[in-house]
Design a binder for this molecule. Structure first.
Ligand SMILES: *Cc1c(COP(=O)(O)O)cnc(C)c1O
Ligand SMILES: [Zn+2]
Length: 411
């Protein structure tokens, strides 16, 4: 790999060669991929990027830890839209608000960025079987990206995973193991099975390449903003790999000379499960928490990547915020009505946190903010319907329709 110099443990600092099937450090710490930024700077700049015709996460190849001859996986992941959300901005009385809709990825969540990377690295490792545990989206995205590449998958999900995600898994032909227990137990079983069978490990908190895939979300945001740095980026946090990846991408751009300052991160968690935010605020080691939230994708009581996530929040002088399920579902409706974006509960938790911080006056009205929607609302329609209200029911009868309109004062 031309631009990668190696991997370093975020706990003890030990260095490793960046082999394709790299996992945790011998001390248990997670590794971080390191780059030669001078070399990146010499080979790619804003102008060369602008001319590229490849509109996917792989347009940032120099920033990604893959061999030169590794094929891009088939599904088109990334280059999701960044909307200038005028009406939502007014609603929150912010100077500027952008919504990055990562729910439009091939399997409908930001996790596709990590799964595309997992498929590329499994290919380099000469493996044709990939496994992971997941609250749902890592699973469905791995299953889809692997199916397109002709790889086999074993997927462990907790029994509470929403039907939409399980439907995706089964449709993509994954071997699905629905674990009777919570996410922690699901993770433990997947780990034991991976050790036993030697599959390629797509658990984001173990495989250091995956947050390198996720970091493409911030590379895109910055290019889409024409390299003008926002004041804040709001995102939801579960395991912590996504916010860690987002931060890594921003730091990479700064190191490579594409931007000259860094935004502050807003780490949004559910009020029913916020171990990372709590540990950051209390400046303590992470302690497990219960998983009480509708936002299943971030219901992670024992985060597997707290070190990188907590460092990202701290280094960025970030803000932590928790939102209740009601606030999450209110944000879902707000995004739908004022931006036309339908996010799943965990997908809109960043926006819910942003709204709360705006209302509390913690975020200056003069700020420019990017809110990342991490997953599509169609993944979990049961909860959406509970909060979105009922349609007007009517027979094929114009008079009845008029009556119903009148009753409701609609027209
Ligand atoms: C996984 C996920 C997150 C959080 O990512 P972590 O790496 O677990 O912090 C947020 N939103 C959605 C929709 C997700 O699937
Ligand atoms: Zn270590």
């Amino acid at each position: 790999m031309k631009y990668v110099t190696g991997a370093r443990c975020v706990k003890c600092g030990k260095r490793y060669d960046a082999v394709p099937d790299l996992t945790n450090c011998e001390c248990g710490g997670i590794l971080d991929i390191e780059y030669d930024y001078e070399h990146i700077r010499a080979d790619v700049n804003k102008d060369t990027l602008r001319d590229r015709k490849l509109f996917s996460m792989w347009r940032y190849r120099e920033f990604l830890p893959v061999e030169e001859d590794t094929k891009e996986p088939p599904l088109r992941v990334g280059w999701s839209p960044l909307y200038d959300a005028e009406r939502l901005r007014e609603k929150l009385s912010l100077k500027k608000l952008y919504v990055k809709d990562d729910g439009v990825n091939p399997t409908a969540s930001l996790k596709d960025r990590a799964s595309s990377m997992a498929v590329a690295k499994a290919f380099e490792a000469g493996q044709d079987t990939i496994a992971c545990s997941s609250t749902g989206n890592a699973a469905s995205s791995l299953a889809g990206n692997a199916a397109a590449a002709g790889m086999k998958t074993y997927i462990f999900v907790p029994e509470r995973a929403p039907k939409g995600k399980v439907a995706q898994l089964l449709t993509f032909g994954a071997n699905v193991i629905s674990v009777q227990g919570n996410y922690e137990e699901t993770f433990e079983l997947s780990k034991a099975a991976i050790d036993e069978y030697g599959w390629y490990n797509r658990n984001a908190a173990i495989n250091p390449y995956l947050s390198e895939g996720k970091k493409t979300v911030s590379l895109e945001i910055m290019e889409q903003l024409n390299w003008s740095v926002p004041d804040f980026i709001a995102i939801s946090v579960g395991d912590g790999c996504t916010i860690a990846g987002l931060w890594k991408g921003l730091k990479d751009l700064k190191e490579a000379g594409f931007i000259d300052r860094l935004p502050r991160l807003i780490s949004a968690q559910a009020a029913g499960c916020f171990p990372i935010n709590r540990a950051v605020r209390e400046n303590k080691a992470l302690a497990p928490m219960e998983e009480n939230t509708i936002a299943d994708s971030i219901a992670v009581g024992v985060p597997r990547n707290p070190d990188k996530a907590m460092a990202a929040i701290r280094e960025s002088d970030g803000i932590t915020v928790e939102v209740t399920d009601e606030e999450i579902m209110a944000a879902q409706k707000l995004l739908g009505r004022y931006a036309g974006v339908f996010g799943e509960p965990a997908g809109v938790t960043g926006t819910a946190g942003l709204k709360k911080l705006c209302e509390e006056g913690i975020i200056d009205k003069n700020s420019t903010v990017v809110s990342v929607v991490t997953g599509n609302g169609l993944k979990d329609v049961e909860n959406a319907i509970k909060y979105a209200g009922e349609p007007l029911k009517c027979r094929n009868d114009m008079n009845e329709l008029k009556e119903e309109f009148k009753k409701r004062g609609i027209i």
